[in-house]
Write a protein that binds this ligand. Structure first.
Ligand code: HEC
Length: 141
């Protein structure tokens, strides 16, 4: 069973399109802006991890506050002006989903019910859908 799962996974990976067929739109960024941008992305990754760690520790409101604080786009680094409008729209949607998650956590009690946990998870899912959505459309190099 495990063997066939592993084999299936290997076959699936082998059939992924090669990098040459990459259909994502390439962002044309000056090298120093690209560095800043990727650094910012790594911060978003760390922020997402931080939010999930807080949720796992039962600190729902703190998780929301961290999302609000850290998941702002560009945070005034001036990267946005190098980006095409479609990218900025996806970025805004991402920012909004983090804000909505923060607001949701404000209405969740210290001991959430099962239904409320599903709501919280839905809020996180809306954020990660924006990460994945944009990654599917754009690349930086
Ligand atoms: C509006 C678009 C957009 C959103 C939203 C977005 N990203 Fe990215 N991210 C990118 C692009 C473009 C790259 C470069 C990918 C490439 O060149 O292959 C990138 C790269 C990254 C990288 C690699 C950084 C490096 O040093 O190479 C990480 C990690 C990352 N993103 C995490 C996230 C996480 C986590 C989220 C959501 C919480 C997120 N991103 C949301 C566009 C986005």
């Amino acid at each position: 069973m495990l063997k066939s799962t592993v084999l299936g996974l290997m076959l699936a990976l082998a059939s992924l399109p090669a990098a040459a067929e990459d259909a994502r739109t390439r962002l044309d960024l000056p090298p120093e802006i690209r560095e800043l941008f990727l650094e910012e992305m790594r911060n978003h990754m760390a922020a997402l991890d931080g939010v999930i760690q807080l949720l796992a520790a039962g600190q729902t409101k703190e998780a929301g506050a961290l999302a609000r604080k850290e998941m702002a786009i560009g945070r005034g680094k001036g990267i946005g002006r190098y980006m095409p409008i479609e990218f900025r729209e996806l970025g805004l949607a991402y920012h909004r989903s983090a804000e909505e998650f923060a607001r949701l956590t404000e209405s969740i009690p210290a001991k959430p019910s099962a239904e409320q946990w599903v709501q919280v998870l839905g809020g996180i899912a809306a954020i990660t859908a924006n990460c994945a959505g944009c990654h599917g459309v754009f690349r930086a190099q």
